[in-house]
Design a protein around this ligand. Sequence first.
Ligand SMILES: Cc1cc2nc3c(=O)[nH]c(=O)nc-3n(C[C@H](O)[C@H](O)[C@H](O)COP(=O)(O)OP(=O)(O)OC[C@H]3O[C@@H](n4cnc5c(N)ncnc54)[C@H](O)[C@@H]3O)c2cc1C
Length: 222
Amino acid sequence: MKEPNRVAPDETVGGGPPPPIYRKPNGDVPRAAGDPLCLPPGVSSQHFKQFTLRLAELCHEDNVTVITQSEELRQESYLEPSKCHDMFHVIGKEYFVASAVVSPRDVEEVQAIMRLCNEFEIPVWPFSIGRNVGYGGAAPRVPGSLGMDLGRNMNKILEVNVEGAYALVEPGVTFFDLHNYLVENNLRDKLWIDVPDLGGGSVLGNTVERGVGYTPYVLEQP
Ligand SMILES: Cc1cc2nc3c(=O)[nH]c(=O)nc-3n(C[C@H](O)[C@H](O)[C@H](O)COP(=O)(O)OP(=O)(O)OC[C@H]3O[C@@H](n4cnc5c(N)ncnc54)[C@H](O)[C@@H]3O)c2cc1C
């Protein structure tokens, strides 16, 4: 247990080199060409290359990005959130970084990616949009994990049921999207969305992370 009045070493606040305890897994292994900034724990460069080749076969190469340069850790806005690192990092910017980010196009691809990750023993960090800013965003808790950006291609409103007061949505649907749907379909006098402070987050992402809004119910009939 942490000693009560011990404060974090200066260098962990504001982006200096992390102390040894925070060193990245595989951090000291020299990187080969094309290697990610951070390999998954216990995974060799060769093994990771085979994995990403199979992943691109599964999901198409346009939906797979290997994070190889620190320059790629530049997305730092709520509107264009990073998909691979913590925009408000406390420990070094390059610590909680995904090795690669995959954007599946449907449920079957999600299932196939999970089977492949089990086969290659690659940890996975799923997220919907990555706007959980201030709480890590899309940054994986295990450095070098595969980030799974579920909201990029899966962003449809599948059903809104007035009778049951529910909506069936894909991970990429934001509170703004759902609100606009109610407006465009003249449902605002029938249904009411339970919105957190910021409407740009994913309805599903906020729900799985136990979000709270300002009404006692998610979708309420007035
Ligand atoms: C200024 C500010 C105010 C905020 N106010 C509120 C508020 O009033 N109420 C509130 O609830 N939140 C609030 N938040 C937090 C945040 O806006 C929401 O939680 C937001 O919806 C999460 O972003 P996201 O949908 O992009 O989730 P993501 O960042 O995509 O996901 C959040 C976490 O949930 C998990 N996750 C997400 N999607 C999936 C999935 N499909 N499968 C498995 N795991 C998944 C992941 O572990 C991920 O780390 C606030 C944040 C800020 C910065």
